[in-house]
Design a protein around this ligand. Structure first.
Ligand code: NAP
Length: 476
């Protein structure tokens, strides 16, 4: 078990002191956890070179060997889950319970892709014209730049590293500035699991935008996989056009949570608490708009408000914590601003809405009723805030659900499966949860439509984000 936090860069199998440093704060207390190394241009270039040099050998390493390294990394993560969860809670602010859940989910990507590494499909068949054989195989793309956000610092890293290594790609990971310590623990695990030098590298560029752009313009980099905001995703999509990089984007969400009048309201409240409050609401999958049939709205609001009011808000590591801090005071203030704007625009506040006193970046569980044109419905809130809007007909519910540029996930609660499936098919989203508050699963394809992203992570699709399809025509 690793006993000390890693704080340096990891380049070509070595822990390297950075040219500069960056403080990592605990948002529950606003105190310093550690200073971590940041990379200058030469160190970013060295990471690209290391990944490039390691690629020929790693891509030819037997998939069984790659699989077993990932399996070992899964086992180490599970064995060290409590320690990793404590670090997540400290640097991200989420509760230990949420953090531990994240570590298990994150480790599962290593296990799933250990299993997928040895099952890459191929195809060999006769051409319909009869003149040749069509042989289709899949090859690793090459050096992949992986960029992750702060909200799931473990799972967003393993969801990319797992398939990349399984496919035979080498990687450079750049974590979010707020939460690098979790990623560094995972890098350390990968080294201990037997990943050869240069296959996995870790940098925290001292200037994020400029240095990520520099790496994306290095012809040795062939693929970029990003999870984060739609705003930054758009920038990276434009950047990737210059060298026509393969690009996977997992971006923002604005999930509708639709409750029909034939739903079991107690079950809907249970699901709503998970969909809204897992990770303190800081999830791309978080229910962001509650769209509730008008004849059951009063019952739902009453029961949901009482469940939200019962949550214990405190330092994520405190005994019994159910709602931790936001990742920073800046993020917390953004949440507060969105709620204030909503109230100014006519929302009625049922619960919360006031920043508590103290140093920590806390924001309370908040419930609001809003009209369909309230500006909060157009924004990703990323906090413990639940705006509720009502509807009359199914068509109105679908129109409300689709009234956003995002399309990541939607939740549908109904006692009538036919109705739920019809509505799920009509909602513009990459994923729909029926009568469930959570559907993320390493074995399922995760991803969005519209401005929520491009590509899929996890499931059978995940490894293909790191593979090129090659067709070989064979004369017979
Ligand atoms: P963010 O501000 O977009 O940052 C994400 C990552 O991009 C960080 O590592 C950040 O580095 C980096 N970055 C920022 N500006 C950049 C630039 N100009 N060029 C290159 N990289 C840049 O997002 P966040 O606030 O960390 O995360 C929250 C967002 O992620 C939400 O919108 C959420 O919905 C989305 N998300 C989506 C999924 C999904 O699967 N669809 C999953 C989780 C989160 P620095 O920290 O150094 O700025």
């Amino acid at each position: 078990m690793s006993t000390s936090l890693k704080t340096d860069l990891f380049i070509n199998g070595q822990w390297v002191k950075g040219a500069g440093s960056l403080p990592v704060l605990n948002p529950s207390t606003n105190s310093l956890i550690a200073d971590i190394s940041t990379a200058d241009e030469a160190q970013c270039d060295a990471a690209v070179k290391a990944a490039h040099d390691a690629f020929p050998s790693w891509s030819k390493t037997a998939s069984r060997v790659r699989s077993e390294i990932l399996r070992k990394a899964f086992e180490l993560m599970i064995a060290e889950a409590d320690g990793i969860a404590r670090v997540i809670s400290m640097e991200n602010g989420k509760t230990f319970t949420d953090a531990k859940g994240e570590v298990i989910y994150a480790a599962e990507f290593f296990r799933w892709f250990a299993e997928e590494a040895v099952r890459t499909p191929g195809d060999f068949r006769a051409a319909p014209s009869g003149d040749k054989r069509i042989l289709v195989t899949h090859q690793p793309i090459g050096v992949s730049l992986l960029i992750t956000p702060w909200n799931f610092p473990a799972a967003m890293a393993t969801r990319k590293i797992g398939p990349a290594l399984a496919a035979g790609c080498t990687v450079i990971l750049k974590a979010a500035s707020e939460t690098p310590l979790t990623a560094l623990w995972i890098i350390d695990i990968l080294q201990r699991a037997g990943v050869p030098a240069g296959v996995v590298n870790f940098v925290m560029p001292e200037k994020t935008g400029a240095m990520v752009s520099r790496m994306m313009h290095d012809p040795r980099v062939r693929n970029v996989s990003f999870t984060g905001s739609t705003e930054v995703g758009r920038i990276l999509l434009k950047e990737s056009a210059d060298l026509v990089l393969r690009t996977s984007l997992e971006l923002g969400g604005n999930a509708p949570f639709v409750i029909f009048d034939d739903a079991d309201i107690d079950e809907a409240v249970k699901g709503a608490m998970i969909a809204k409050m897992r990770n303190g609401g800081a999830a791309c999958t978080a229910a962001n708009r509650f769209i509730v049939a008008e004849n059951v709205a009063a019952e739902f609001i009453e029961k949901f408000k009482s469940a939200m009011a019962s949550l214990k808000m405190s330092d994520g590591l405190a005994e019994g914590a159910q709602l931790g801090a936001s990742v920073s005071r800046k993020e917390r203030d953004k949440i507060a601003q969105l709620v204030d704007q909503a109230v100014t625009a006519g929302a009625s506040l049922h619960l919360g809405g006031v920043i508590p006193e103290g140093e920590g970046a806390f924001y309370p569980a908040t419930v609001l009723s809003v009209a369909a044109d309230n500006p909060i419905l157009a924004q990703e809130v990323f906090g413990p805030v639940a705006p509720i809007v009502t509807f009359g007909s199914d068509e109105e519910a679908i129109a409300l659900a689709n009234a956003t540029e995002y399309g990541l996930i939607a939740y549908v609660y109904s006692g009538d499966l036919k109705r739920a499936i019809r509505v799920s098919e009509a909602i513009e989203a990459g994923m729909v949860a029926i009568n469930r508050g959570v559907i993320s699963d390493p074995a399922a394809p995760f991803g969005g439509v519209k401005q929520s992203g491009l590509g899929r992570e996890g499931g059978f699709a995940g490894i293909h984000e790191f593979l090129e399809t090659k067709y070989i025509g064979v004369e017979i």
